[in-house]
Design a protein around this ligand. Structure first.
Ligand code: FA5
Length: 342
């Protein structure tokens, strides 16, 4: 090879040492091979000025030089690409041993969990879900439910009224949904109505001014107290355990006749008597009875033709029983440490 070409090759090898990344590699390649300014293409262009007899030798040496530099650059490009790839995978590497980014996951409130469970039990028995507003009127909440004018439940001591004339109020139970449903759809009916209710009760471990009830209402021909008892027995077994028993005690609600308080056998001592059932072996969970004919009349249903039963259960107290919660007020304090356990 011509000595001046050998010098070019030596300089090229020195330049190669300065190549650190793909950018400096491209600069080097352009310096030697770019069509306009590259050293090798320039040498090729110069062939015209070379005396004729030297041309073959010159041409051969230029091609040799070009071949060596091109081969070298091709190898170098592959190496540089590998180095770049390695650098990229290092800088973008995911350390799977690092802890993940924690974020807050919400959950259902315990009262809502139990409300859903109870609704599911009744839905499986063919009940539809009905709803009513939390702000009610006196007619639906009291009058149509056969509460006499001087009934203590109508007293400001017990009820949150929302209008001066005391016609509008926060419903004190879910029973007004019975009235709304009967007036709207007539008989037959088979519904449950879950929702919030409000009473001016002083808070204590088992009382809260806001709590939750589920109302049940069945109206059809030939509905008897035996249907009520069988339904509640089935509910108690599904909600608590298969060996749970129920007991009906006579009681008074103006919108049912006869009326009853319904107890379940204590789920903690299985009826033997313990601190929770106050040694009685029984725990009260709901009120129930046969729909009073006066209520049917207010709603335009013929009480000679139809009969029905109704019940109303306190969801908060059932939740307390199911989870062994010591105080109803925990449901309304919104303490995440309490709520996230469910
Ligand atoms: C009623 O509210 C009737 N409407 C139930 C009813 C419906 C009877 C249909 C007959 C036919 P009572 O006032 O007993 O009944 O309340 C029902 C349930 O609500 C109680 O058994 C209790 O579990 C719950 N409860 C009552 N007051 C409170 C309160 N302040 N805090 C939490 N739960 C309560």
């Amino acid at each position: 090879m011509r000595p001046d070409f050998e010098d070019i090759l030596i300089n090229f090898k020195k330049d190669v040492e300065g190549v650190k990344d793909i950018k400096s590699f491209k600069e080097l390649r352009d310096k030697y091979l770019s069509k306009e300014k590259g050293i090798i293409p320039n040498l090729m262009k110069k062939i015209k000025q070379i005396p004729r007899e030297e041309k073959p030798e010159y041409g051969k040496d230029v091609n040799l030089l070009k071949g060596q530099i091109t081969n070298f650059l091709n190898d170098l490009e592959k190496k540089i690409e590998l180095v770049e790839l390695e650098r990229k995978s290092q800088s973008e590497r995911i350390d799977i041993s690092l802890p993940g980014i924690d974020f807050f996951v919400g959950s259902f409130h315990p009262v809502k969990i139990v409300e859903k469970e109870i609704c599911n039990i009744f839905e499986r028995m063919g009940y539809f879900i009905a709803e009513g507003p939390e702000v009610e009127n006196d007619f639906n909440n009291f009058e149509a439910l056969n509460f006499p004018d001087d009934h203590p439940a109508r007293d400001a001591q017990d009820t949150f009224f929302v209008s001066e004339d005391r016609y509008y109020l926060l419903r004190t139970h879910t029973s007004p949904v019975q009235i709304r449903t009967m007036k709207r759809y007539g008989a037959p009916i088979k519904i449950i109505a879950p929702g919030k209710v409000f009473r001016r009760d002083t808070p204590d471990p088992t009382h809260s001014p806001i709590f939750h009830q589920i109302e049940g209402l069945v109206v059809d021909k030939n509905i008897t107290m035996a249907d009520l008892k069988g339904t509640l027995e089935k509910f108690a077994r599904e909600c608590f355990s298969a060996d749970t028993k129920i007991r009906l005690r006579p009681s008074f609600f103006p919108f049912v006749e006869p009326g009853a308080e319904v107890d379940i056998s204590c789920i903690f001592c299985k009826g033997k008597g313990c601190r929770i059932c106050k040694n009685s072996g029984w725990i009260e969970i709901l009120g129930a009875g046969m729909v009073h004919p006066a209520v049917f009349e207010k709603c335009g249903i013929d009480s000679e033709k139809y009969s029905g039963f109704a019940f109303g259960l306190g969801v908060d107290r059932i939740t307390i029983l199911k989870y062994g919660i010591p105080d109803i007020r925990l449901f309304f304090e919104n303490d995440v440490r309490f709520l996230e356990q469910f």
